[in-house]
Design a protein. Structure first.
Length: 145
């Protein structure tokens, strides 16, 4: 996984019903390989997943470092999560996270500034954190917002 050449998966992509998880695994693999670029494993967005499942980021990183695939990592998380979750809880949490918007003026201003820097100042469809991450990834790797 080389995140200096392409972005991680969208935070919308799900694994085991969880949003954020595939993106977090991409960043973890890139960090292990030394190719994370500007991306950070266990960042504040990742912390939402880690807190919801009760997963220790360093223990997870050690498992990922073994070369496990996504399904194997999901099985490990399911077996070791401090907060085991039912499918309906995962679905509700994922829907909530996907719809999450900046909740304070500073965060809203940040999103607006970053959207403008990405060439998307006039777009009205960039409202959620996931919208911002998707447009930022796209613009960072040569796309035009």
């Amino acid at each position: 996984m080389n995140l200096t050449q392409r972005p991680p998966r969208s935070p919308r992509v799900r694994l085991g019903g969880y949003v954020i998880l595939p993106r977090m695994l991409d960043k973890c693999r890139a960090e292990i390989a030394g190719t994370a670029g500007e991306y950070h494993y266990a960042c504040p967005m990742d912390q939402h997943f880690l807190g919801f499942t009760g997963t220790d980021p360093e223990a997870l990183k050690a498992e990922v470092a073994k070369g496990l695939g996504d399904g194997e990592v999901l099985a490990w998380i399911t077996a070791h999560a401090a907060h085991p979750r039912e499918p309906w809880e995962i679905a509700q949490w994922s829907a909530f996270r996907e719809a999450a918007v900046p909740s304070d003026n500073g965060s809203r201003a940040f999103i607006s500034e970053q959207a403008a820097a990405s060439g998307a100042a006039d777009r009205e469809d960039i409202a959620t954190w996931f919208d911002y991450l998707d447009i930022d990834d796209y613009a960072t790797f040569g796309g035009k917002a």
